[in-house]
Design a protein around this ligand. Structure first.
Ligand code: PLP
Length: 408
């Protein structure tokens, strides 16, 4: 099928939950993908921070093949080797103790919410259920995760929301403290808010949050679904700040492209989950766990976390250079990010720039209407960053020209 054929079939049979561009991706290799008409693109979306090792990394492909030939599924009624090996790896790299596996970020956040409530009700009092989350957060689309997401546009049409949540201003410790009630059991935060525009938590905010949580006997839940697993230049983003959360939420890059989510917790907190407390038929799927093990080992062996730090610094510099050019200054409000989770905030809507980049062979996306987001695979090199920056410069140039035409 070519792009047109895929799109017409999709338009007829797929529910319209995404505003997709007219492109059907058929294959990927490294930092590149190809569409159904044979056009190739530099992929700086990476499946929204999923393809950390790039597309079809041989270690991931091999791990999937090997495991698929042995055992594809057996349910959680039995033990299986890939999940216990992966859990050990995650515990070692995160400094937390125990893992629960599921299939997505939203599902992992549901598990985090349930674990925080159950632990707190048992240990702190039967009325401890309330969770504070941050403005601009994004935790997923299921009812619990979307209630935790403090964005009206995500709530709209799905009310009533779950009781027991309130929202504090991101990066404002006193706002968090003002939200604490006798019922509060946890605070939930993303170290870098990806979906609302790559907003960085200030170090003092995260360090202060940990202190406030300890003072008030609240659990600190850190959602690393987007920023975790090497993307910011540390295995987990919270490790930049020397804090130790009680619960960490993972998904996206974890499975190298296969669906898997996880929460990690301290032994103390994890002990609130007992047989029957929570579950998932597909959670800890052996093939997904084997792929995930390959992802984590490869991040380490190929120095990809270090590469994310190094190339992230280079890319940030390139974006800042572009932003400082006199012709682009009126278009760019800010450039920011951490590692390979970067953004250019525009003074205009970003959709046309995204379209123009795509036509020129670069995939990026836009969040919060005007924030261009860059999430290349962690294997990206300087030449690929230069190529992306050149395409972005062309797309911005077109924007300045069309803006000046509109003004005349
Ligand atoms: N949490 C964060 C920080 C995310 O960025 C996302 C997705 O973008 C989610 C949770 C939800 O993950 P999923 O789409 O796998 O349910």
């Amino acid at each position: 099928m070519d792009n047109h054929e895929v799109i017409s079939l999709g338009t007829q049979y797929i529910m319209s939950t995404y505003a997709r561009p007219p492109v059907a991706i058929v294959k990927g290799q490294g930092v590149r993908v190809w569409d159904a008409d044979g056009k190739s693109y530099l992929d700086f979306v990476a499946g929204i921070a999923v393809n950390a090792l790039g597309h079809c990394h041989p270690n991931v492909v091999q791990a999937i093949k090997n495991q698929a030939e042995k055992l594809i599924h057996c349910s959680n009624l039995y033990w299986s080797e890939p999940q216990v090996r992966l859990a050990e790896l995650l515990a070692k790299h995160s400094g937390l103790d125990q893992v629960f596996f599921c299939n997505s970020g939203a599902e992992a956040n549901e598990a985090a919410i349930k674990l925080a409530r159950k632990y707190s009700k048992e240990r702190r009092g039967p009325n401890r259920y309330h969770i504070i989350t941050m403005t601009g957060s994004f935790h997923g689309r299921t009812m619990g995760a979307l209630t935790a997401t403090a964005q009206e546009k995500i709530h709209h049409g799905f009310e009533p929301l779950l009781p027991g949540f309130s929202y504090a201003q991101f990066n404002d410790l006193s706002a968090v403290e003002a939200n604490i009630r006798p019922e509060t059991c946890a605070v939930m935060v993303e170290p870098v808010q990806g979906e609302s525009g790559v907003n960085l938590a200030e170090p003092g905010f995260l360090i202060g949050l940990e202190k406030v949580c300890r003072q008030h006997q609240l659990l600190l839940i850190v959602d690393e679904v987007q920023c975790g697993l090497g993307r910011t230049g540390q295995f987990l983003a919270f490790q930049h700040f020397g804090i130790r959360p009680d619960i960490v939420v993972l998904a996206k890059a974890l499975g190298g492209g296969l669906p898997i989510g996880a929460i990690l917790a301290t032994t103390e907190v994890a002990s609130a989950f007992r047989p029957g407390s929570h579950g998932s038929t597909f959670g800890a799927n052996p093939v997904a766990c084997a792929a995930s093990e390959a992802v984590i080992e490869t991040l380490e062996k190929e120095g990809l976390i270090e590469n994310a730090r190094k190339q992230g610094e280079y890319f940030l510099r390139r974006l800042k250079e572009l932003a400082s050019l006199p012709q682009f200054r009126p278009l760019v409000k800010d450039v920011r990010g951490m590692g390979l989770m970067l953004a250019m905030e525009l003074t205009i809507p970003g959709a046309r720039v995204v379209d123009s980049c795509r036509e020129k062979g670069l995939l990026i996306n836009c969040t919060a209407e005007n924030v261009l987001r860059f999430l290349p695979p962690l294997i990206v090199n300087a030449a690929e960053i230069d190529a992306a920056a050149a395409i972005l410069a062309e797309a911005l140039e077109e924007e300045t020209q069309s803006n000046s035409k509109e003004e005349h």
